[in-house]
Design a protein around this ligand. Structure first.
Ligand code: ATP
Ligand code: MG
Length: 650
């Protein structure tokens, strides 16, 4: 961003107070802000006591060598014990930990006692295979219970895991195995995707032919689909052969709070993936606290479902570590939302009586496009709270979500955080905050975030600029695996002493924070910085638009010109009149400066595997350039379709 701070174009006046009943029984009340304000470190020390420590920490934060933080450094604990055994010891062994729903409709439920046995066996198996404390294990799996079991087994023996999204190619897997120098890979023959088995093991075989992967001694393979699977004798082992025969007891060993728990590579929306390193005590403290606070989890009665893939950070913190450390009952769903029909998710909500649902704006907008009548066919009355993560949620999508999924009376929490932050940082508290559609609003208790300008000066209310985090937090990344310099350069060099998140943001008149998309995506039009998010939200607010992606294309007159790609709703006709109507609509909502110069109706938008719009590819199209790296796209044919539609493009 340059010239001037981010223009503040959108106004959103709708407000939704917390439901009285929820507020009266909320896990966290307004006092939490006050107590954290008064004594931030004391507040986190108190939250750390949510966990069972083998040795209680006496020290909270060591910030003597910033930005390399140590939290609770003299404490010791075992993460798997915290997520599994202690619930069994507390008499909750019969509580369901995971309701697994396979895409073909098979299902199984694992109690905490089941999970304890399975994790213990898997930990014994890894030890038998020679995996030692500190060794890295790569996990390349579909969404099945063994994935969670494998992660917990690694945590149990202190072997950091590196989960690689099952949709990634052999190349992506190979670079991640090389970078982490993994010793064992856990995978499956395949998983079910869009109604058919899709192989995973072949990608592992291919990845392991690449130089730099020689240290992988064994590949442990879960049988999921039963498809034919090539086998390397001596290296490959069936999970059921090595795990099932192990003793069901395993004594967890306590590790130091700063022992590495996992490496997770960011999705690569912006460049070469970074191996984000998270450690034990601080990470689990914040994952556990935020899950308790933001989702208001009541472990005895709630059924919680996070639709993310375990391969993303959301899956790590809010499918595995947060919910299990809190003794929650969760749903784990293997497949896609439209297999075998577009109501599949709502069928799952109805079947298990899901009370808390956590999903992404991209999924919400897709459901909007499919139509209101689909969720209306299911009983969604069990839902009492809805969450959103991954991108800014457009106010219209927020309202649709609350109305059509939440029955118009549940809180919606828009949660801002990143792989790097490890856990939720900015979010309404469901029993406290009067919610504003489209805004993540307030830093959680114990978190310090603000918006600054180019000179690192905090912007006043009403101003826009860069989101920064001004104090260390327990679940912060500790470094980029093997690359401290890149850690410093990427996050800590832009503004002295502050963490640079890479996202644009503004503060409204109340001081609430609105996320405005990545800094790289902000447009410069005739001297004004304009957020892609705001123009997209204005477009989505038009009844004929289902989804929109906006980019700035270089322009001789205005530096950049706003170029919008829109997906129309079912029956809307694509003609000259419509384009004019949409331009006028944006002009009216945001002002004439934000009127797109070009609007192009398209059938699909390019998205990453985690569902985020890849604006840099649309910019390449709009500027008639060769496309950049498309390897993290879900479907690269989308780009060809879009290019064909562009007048003058080849
Ligand atoms: P990479 O860093 O490799 O480009 P990525 O940033 O997409 O990938 P994640 O860590 O999964 O990988 O995503 C974090 C980013 O997602 C945030 O920096 C922000 O841009 C966006 N984001 C997440 N939640 C929200 C939210 N509630 N509101 C606005 N933006 C969000
Ligand atoms: Mg990022």
């Amino acid at each position: 961003m340059s010239n001037e701070s981010l223009a503040n174009l959108m106004t959103e006046e709708r407000r939704f107070a917390p439901p009285a009943e929820l507020a009266a029984a909320a896990n966290v009340t307004a006092d939490a802000y006050a107590s954290a304000e008064e004594d931030r470190l004391g507040f986190w020390a108190e939250q750390a006591r949510r966990l069972s420590w083998e040795t209680e920490p006496t020290e909270t934060l060591d910030w003597s060598n910033p930005p390399f933080a140590k939290w609770f450094a003299d404490g010791t604990l075992n993460v798997a014990y915290n997520c599994v055994d202690r619930h069994v010891e507390a008499g909750n062994g019969d509580r369901v930990a995971i309701h697994f729903e396979g895409e073909p409709g098979d299902s199984r439920s694992l109690t905490y006692a089941d999970l304890q046995r399975e994790v213990s066996k898997a930990a014994n198996a890894l030890t038998e295979l020679g995996v030692e404390t500190g060794d890295r294990v790569a996990i390349y799996m579909p969404m099945i219970p063994e994935t969670v079991i494998a992660m917990l087994a690694c945590a149990r023996i202190g072997a950091p895991h590196s989960v690689v999204f099952g949709g990634f190619s052999a190349d992506a897997l190979a670079t991640r195995i090389q970078d982490a120098d993994a010793r064992v890979v856990i995978t499956s023959d395949g998983g079910y995707r869009r109604g058919k088995p899709s192989g995973l093991k072949p990608a592992v075989d291919e990845a392991l032919t690449r130089p730099g992967t020689e240290n992988v001694r064994n590949v442990v393979v879960v049988r999921r689909t039963g498809q034919d699977t090539a086998w390397t004798e001596g290296r490959d082992l069936w999970w059921h052969d090595v795990v099932d025969r192990q003793p069901a007891e395993h004594t967890p060993q306590a590790f130091g709070a700063e022992h590495p728990l996992f490496i997770l590579y960011t999705s690569g929306t912006t460049g070469k993936p970074k191996g984000i390193l998270h450690t034990t005590g601080g990470y689990l403290t914040q994952a556990s606290y935020t899950h308790h606070a933001v989702f208001d989890l009541k472990p005895e009665s709630d059924v919680y479902w996070c639709t993310a893939d375990v391969g993303w950070v959301t899956g790590h913190s809010y499918i595995v570590y947060g919910p299990l450390s809190n003794g929650a009952t969760s749903v784990l769903y293997e497949g896609t939302p439209d297999t075998p029909h577009q109501g599949r998710w709502w069928e799952v909500v109805q079947k298990y009586g899901v009370t808390l649902l956590y999903t992404a704006p991209t999924a919400i907008r897709t459901c909007m496009k499919w139509g209101d009548d689909i969720p209306a066919r299911f009983d969604l009355s069990s839902l009492r709270l809805l969450g959103s993560v991954g991108e800014p949620i457009n106010p219209e999508a927020w309202i649709w979500y609350r109305q059509n999924i939440g029955g118009g009376n549940v809180p919606v929490v828009d949660t801002w955080w990143q792989t790097e932050t490890g856990a939720i940082m900015i979010s309404p508290l469901p029993g406290v905050t009067a919610a504003k559609p489209g805004s993540a609003q307030v830093p959680l208790p114990g978190i310090s975030a603000t918006v600054v300008d180019d000179e690192a000066k905090e912007v006043p209310d009403g101003g826009g600029g860069y989101l920064v985090l001004t104090e260390p937090w327990p679940s912060m990344l500790r470094t980029i695996w093997g690359d401290d310099q890149r850690f410093l350069d990427t996050y800590w060099s832009r503004f002295e002493g502050k963490y640079f998140a890479g996202d644009g943001a503004k503060k409204d008149a109340d001081g609430d924070i609105w996320l405005l998309g990545r800094v790289d995506d902000v447009m410069l039009v005739s001297g004004h910085n304009i957020s892609t998010t705001e123009v997209e939200s204005a477009l989505v607010a038009h009844p004929k638009v289902a989804e929109a992606a906006v980019v700035g294309a270089s322009d001789p007159q205005t530096t950049q010109a706003i170029c919008a790609f829109v997906i129309l709703r079912g029956s809307a006709a694509e003609d000259e009149g419509l384009v004019e109507e949409l331009r006028a609509h944006v002009g009216k909502q945001l002002g004439p400066i934000a009127k797109p110069k070009r609007i192009l109706p398209v059938a699909e938008l390019p998205k990453t595997r985690s569902g985020k719009i890849m604006r840099r590819l649309l910019r390449d199209v709009a500027e008639n350039r060769e496309l950049g790296d498309v390897t993290t796209l879900t479907d690269s044919s989308v780009m060809q379709l879009i290019q064909k539609k562009l007048p003058g493009a080849s």
